[in-house]
Design a protein around this ligand. Structure first.
Ligand code: AMP
Length: 590
């Protein structure tokens, strides 16, 4: 008896499982399948992506479907279109020997009438995203009033994405006596409240470790100065020549910017975020799957459901706000029994977040150093040598060999090797040989970070004071201005200090290492059509008048015109009619 047979699975499934080459059930499969096969029950399973959870609910669901009936019997809800398609694909693979079993995917961004047609032909299993499902129920295009099984996959993600109301509506169209199986990577209170509200005495299972036995994710962090995130990212990529990675940024704007910079710097990179059309996203994802893109720079929302098995590295360019999100990010690597590395680029002030994550994931981070320029050159050199050794010989060259030999007749073997390697290596060497160390001096125990001491005028205590052209007239007080700066700069509260608001302008300080970041973000920065101008102030302390100097700032800009839009005097965006700020949590003023 095979291990899958022992779980109670029938022949058509066992046949498909053997085609897929699955040898042993994963932990979640071992725990869930026998329960779900044995009786009609609700189930709550705490399991991450990559644990084999699709099969954990897919196998029993497939076995329980009555293929002779065309009625929709199983509904699987998933947060994203990508995941919806992946689940559909997996279910179709698992059920390939179940003649007459139809699984149909319904999701936004594709023709609704095409999807309705497929449903009409008879789909015993429907895999859907909540928005499209609700839409189709409303239009009478799908009937889920007779389903026996409803599966909520990645329930925490669905709730994160604001699908609570949609899920509630969808469930109200299903029969009370169905079984509900909920899968979630985390169990925030919103998920447990769904379980309480919509499920009856669910069986609970928790899967500790990820996937089929051998999977491991190593967590590493690299402490750098605030302005060194990008060069650090490049070094991490260069130090891992075969990298196939997802790089997570916090905002769409950063995602786009980092991807553009990487492309400009010659990396195979692409951006994935919500401002792209579905078509653009599909193109990026296809290129990523084909590994034409090695570094996929993504926001958390856009990256949900990415199911690509070979991701070698997840790079947290910035840490997420929620610790839970880190779990989702790192779960993109180390899938399907492979190992992976999750790297976090942090500033000294973010180190306490690492501690909080360690507690949450019950795993320690390894503090690593960003490789020096010379170390990268070495890595690249050996990588290059190995690739030359492994390059298959193109036999077409044969005919040209006499002529080639003739050209090279005076070059001995050693010299020839040096020359071949130099073709590629010199590019790296020229770039890296004289670069500085990016590692911040401060770490867990050391003193203040000083690595980023740049060309900016420091107040003498390692901090820089800035002038900003908004003030109380725009509805700011020191606290709200700090919030505004914090969010737009992607910094922590404590990174911004000595905020002092005047009538039409204000001042604030950051550590000098953050000055390039501050000036870069506030270059051509507009809110409500008004340019927000931030400049280094020459007065060190609180208050004082700015001479509005901004050393080194405009030089960084690439062909973006001069200092346009400086006089935005009728700006009133910060206030509503009563002169109060409209919304505390916004990034802009409106
Ligand atoms: P999932 O957690 O459902 O996204 O599954 C992650 C990957 O593991 C998918 O590519 C599955 O095809 C694969 N997988 C699922 N179960 C097994 C198993 N028992 N053995 C090997 N691979 C599996």
């Amino acid at each position: 008896m095979t291990p899958f047979e022992a779980l109670g699975l029938d022949q058509p499934l066992l046949h498909a499982i053997s085609d897929l080459g699955f040898e042993n059930p994963s932990e979640v499969q071992e725990k869930a399948i026998p329960i779900l096969l044995a009786k009609e029950t609700d189930l709550v399973a705490l399991a991450q992506t990559g644990t084999g959870k699709t099969a954990a609910f897919g196998f029993p669901l497939i076995q329980k479907i009555h293929v002779e009936s065309r009625t929709t019997q199983g509904l699987i809800l998933s947060p994203t279109r990508e995941l919806c398609l992946q689940i559909t694909n997996e279910i179709q693979l698992y059920s390939k020997y179940m003649k007459g079993l139809n699984t149909v995917a319904i999701y936004g961004g594709a023709s609704i009438s095409e999807q309705a047609k497929k449903i009409k032909k008879g789909a015993q299993i429907v895999v859907a995203t909540p928005g499209r499902m609700k839409d189709m129920i409303g239009r009478g295009m799908v009937d889920i009033s007779k389903i026996d099984y409803c599966i909520l996959d990645e329930a925490d993600e669905m709730l994160n994405m604001g699908f609570y109301e949609d899920i509630k509506d969808i469930l109200s169209n299903t029969p009370q006596e169905k079984s509900t199986w909920l899968f979630s990577a985390t169990m925030p209170k919103e998920v447990s409240s769904i379980a309480k509200k919509f499920m009856y005495k669910p069986h609970e299972i928790t899967v500790g470790e990820k996937n089929t036995g051998a999977t491991t994710v190593q967590h590493e962090h690299y402490v750098v100065g605030g302005r060194d995130r990008y060069p650090a990212l490049k070094r991490l990529a260069d130090a891992n020549p075969g990298i196939f990675s997802v790089v997570f940024c916090r905002t769409k704007r950063d995602t786009q910017k980092v991807a553009e910079k990487l492309i400009e710097d010659g990396y195979n990179a692409g951006a994935l975020h919500g401002d792209l059309s579905q078509n653009q996203r599909d193109l990026v994802m296809n290129a990523f799957r084909k590994k034409q893109i090695q570094m996929l720079v993504a926001t958390d929302v856009a990256a949900r459901g990415i199911d690509v098995d070979d991701i070698t590295h997840v790079i947290n360019y910035q840490l997420p706000d929620e610790i839970e999100t880190y779990t989702h990010r790192s779960g993109r690597t180390g899938r399907a029994g492979k190992s992976g590395i999750s790297m976090v680029i942090v500033t000294r002030s973010e180190l306490r977040k690492i501690k909080a994550i360690e507690k949450k994931i019950k795993q320690d981070f390894i503090e690593k150093k960003i490789p020096t320029g010379i170390e990268i050159c070495e890595i690249q050199l050996y990588h290059l040598t190995r690739s030359i050794k492994d390059t298959p010989i193109n036999e077409e060259i044969e005919g040209y060999l006499p002529a080639i030999n003739d050209v090279l007749k005076d070059v001995d073997r050693e010299e020839l090797i040096k020359k071949i390697v130099s073709v590629e290596f010199t590019r790296f060497y020229n770039y890296y040989s004289k670069t500085r160390d990016l590692n911040a001096a401060g770490s867990h125990s050391e003193g203040k970070e000083r690595s980023g001491k740049g060309n900016y005028e420091s107040t003498g205590d390692g901090s820089v004071r800035y002038f900003i052209n908004v003030g109380e007239r725009d509805g700011f007080d020191w606290m709200s201005l700090k919030d505004f700066l914090k969010e737009n700069l992607g910094l922590d509260k404590e990174d911004i200090y000595k905020v002092d608001t005047k009538d039409s302008f204000s001042f604030f300080n950051t550590d000098d290492s953050l000055t390039p970041l501050v000036l870069e973000i506030f270059t051509d920065f507009k809110v409500d059509g008004r340019f927000i101008n931030v400049e280094v102030s020459t007065k060190p302390g609180r208050g004082g008048k700015s001479k509005k100097r901004n050393r080194g700032r405009r030089d960084d800009r690439r062909g973006r015109g001069g200092s346009k839009g400086r006089n935005a005097s009728n700006f009133k965006g910060g206030k509503n009619k009563s002169g109060k700020r409209k919304n505390k949590n916004r990034k802009g003023f409106v």
